[in-house]
Design a protein around this ligand. Structure first.
Ligand code: SAM
Ligand code: SF4
Length: 344
């Protein structure tokens, strides 16, 4: 049931309370639980990253308090991300705490985006705690290319993680960043493989976030071109299916699977944006493509009570920008922060 399905009396209680200045209800919170990661994907991170000192990172209790405040204000979906969420110490304690909102019915979905390297150890617990589906990022099925793209990663671990997730009954969506020189040729095979597992697949255009030491204009591949290529040998049928995210979906008739395209640079998906992002330092970004930020950690650590925290959240949501302004530019990222800080 959506908040709008309720009877008038219930609607008062259930209506989303986080409405931005453009009338969009904010119902989806992505929480980056750490800036750290066990991989160094070339388009995401620099090889030698300086990670945040522990004191700056929210504790598990603080993450729970902030995320739960959003749930109290009408957020229906929480996604944990990072950095790599499964490398955060105690992450399953946080999942367990947040899962109380699923049991109470205040939350429709608790999910995460992961690189899959630690998934084999956690998949069963995630399923037990009420996680129903997860996104696993994987750009290639070639072990050597995977090692190169991630600067040292072991593909076998990710594949074992995906197997464990499927065995635990989790629905898996594979996310791949489309890279002109590295995986463009392999995309049809990757899509076929994902659909063979019963997984949805989403392709993502490279976004100019953070300094990463590589020239992203060089790797940029327009998904409009990818779609045209795929359509030359597959039948792609547009679907109305939406996950609340910016992906546009098609069904690949030959594989029977769903394929999404996230094209932040060639399309504007801001008009239906229902999401905001909280970093592991408690900074709330209401738009992935802008440098707007509200420091909720300062509010939290300044001793705010629940009402004070809610006021700070309302003020931040009220200032959510209408849309982003990405331009792919080799010399300068459009937004200074890395994807691993904001959480994708
Ligand atoms: N470590 C986890 C993972 O890789 O799934 C979660 C965090 S990661 C930042 C989230 C997603 O952002 C991944 O699918 C990754 O491929 C994508 N990503 C990272 N940097 C990107 C960029 N510059 N452009 C587009 N997608 C990016
Ligand atoms: Fe780590 Fe994910 Fe960024 Fe790759 S995309 S470096 S796995 S945070």
């Amino acid at each position: 049931m959506t908040p709008y399905d309720a009877s008038p009396a219930q609607a008062v209680i259930r209506s989303p309370r986080l409405i931005d200045g453009f009338g969009r209800a904010v119902t989806y919170l992505r929480v980056s639980v750490t800036d750290r990661c066990d991989l160094r994907c070339t388009y995401c991170m620099a090889e030698h990253m300086t990670f945040l000192p522990k004191a700056e990172v929210l504790s598990l209790e603080e993450l729970d308090r902030l995320a739960s405040a959003f749930v109290g204000l009408g957020a229906r979906k929480l996604r944990l991300t990072g950095g790599e969420p499964l490398v955060r110490k105690g992450i399953m304690t946080l999942v367990e705490r947040l899962s109380r909102h699923l049991r109470s019915g205040d939350l429709d979905e608790l999910t995460l985006t992961t690189n899959g390297t630690q998934l084999a150890a956690h998949a069963a617990d995630l399923a037990r705690l009420g996680v129903r589906r997860i996104n696993v990022s994987l750009d290639t099925l070639k072990p050597d290319l995977f090692r190169k793209l991630t600067r040292g990663g072991d593909l076998a671990k990710v594949l074992a993680g995906i197997d464990a997730a499927l065995a635990a009954g989790l629905r898996v969506k594979i996310n791949a960043v489309a890279l002109r020189h590295d995986n463009a040729q392999e995309l049809p095979a990757l899509i076929q493989w994902a659909h063979g597992l019963g997984a949805d697949m989403t392709l993502i255009e490279t976004m100019p976030l953070g300094e990463v030491e590589v020239d992203r204009t060089d790797q940029y591949l327009s998904l409009r071109d990818v779609r045209r290529d795929l359509a030359s040998f597959w039948t792609l049928t547009d679907l109305a299916y939406a996950t609340g995210g910016p992906a546009r979906y098609v069904r690949v008739e030959e594989t029977g699977g769903r394929l999404g395209f996230i094209t932040p640079l060639s399309h504007n998906f801001c008009e239906a944006c229902n999401r905001v992002r909280l970093t592991c330092t408690g900074t709330l970004h209401t738009c992935l493509g802008r440098d707007d930020a509200s420091d909720l950690r300062a509010v939290l650590r300044g001793g705010a009570d629940e009402a004070g925290l809610e006021r700070a959240i309302f003020a931040a949501i009220g200032a959510k920008p209408q849309g982003h302004d990405f331009h792919i530019d080799a010399a300068r990222p459009a937004v200074a922060r890395h994807m691993s800080t904001t959480g994708g």
